[in-house]
Design a protein around this ligand. Structure first.
Ligand SMILES: [Zn+2]
Length: 215
């Protein structure tokens, strides 16, 4: 993809954050690694997704300098940068305040593996990262630690973040995490959800990744 196409994709998915109810207002943020790996593009701070134009998308390097763009980049730029530095396999990051997963994050509990499909998508349960104030290096460190080698993490008292090999995957992981969080919250109302055994999770994570989908 060209730089312009990446900017258009970021804007398109930003609008989808609102349409799909994963964020409201200017909440959440999106970033995509540059094809040549010489930095990343990120949404600007405090502009409604419906009003963001390609020139508002900011390009940054992995040291945190702005390479291109006149807007102030997302307040969570440290968090995005830290993840790109820690995870070479991640090419896109979506951070949201989606309601049900954020409800779990508000309790500072991890999201246990209670659904087979969840194990297939995320490879097991997801951690709730330790609390850090919005936009701080501390939050960035905590989120990298909580994410580990998974493609999703809860942010204590804040929201969630999902990663992927591309933007479609990172966004899809956020949607799937929210659907799963709804199930988990209702399961807690009906009774006590049964957490899958560690051995089953290990086996399914390897097995389903191999058997599921098209070859
Ligand atoms: Zn946020």
């Amino acid at each position: 993809m060209t730089k312009d196409q990446i900017k258009q994709e970021i804007i398109r998915y930003g609008n989808m954050l609102i349409e799909k109810g994963l964020c409201t207002g200017t909440g959440g943020n999106i970033s995509v690694r540059m094809p040549e790996n010489n930095g990343f593009m990120i949404t600007p701070s405090g502009i409604l997704y419906s009003e963001i134009v390609p020139d508002d998308i900011v390009t940054m390097d992995f040291e945190g300098n702005i390479i291109e763009g006149s807007r102030t980049p997302s307040i969570e730029r440290n968090m995005h940068r830290a993840i790109f530095n820690a995870r070479p396999d991640v090419n896109a990051i979506v951070h949201t305040h989606q309601n049900f997963a954020s409800a779990i994050a508000a309790t500072r509990q991890d999201f246990p593996p209670i659904l087979d499909a969840f194990v297939a998508v995320f490879g097991g349960g997801l951690k709730c990262a330790k609390y850090g104030s919005i936009g701080t290096e501390e939050l960035a460190r905590n989120v990298v630690e909580g994410l580990g080698n998974r493609n999703g993490v809860l942010l204590a008292n804040h929201g969630v973040l999902c990663t992927g090999k591309d933007l479609a995957m990172a966004f899809g992981n956020c949607e799937f995490l929210e659907a799963s969080a709804i199930t988990y919250c209702f399961a807690n109302i009906i009774g006590k959800p049964v957490v899958l055994d560690h051995e089953i999770v290990e086996k399914e994570a390897a097995d389903l990744a191999r058997r599921y989908g098209q070859r």
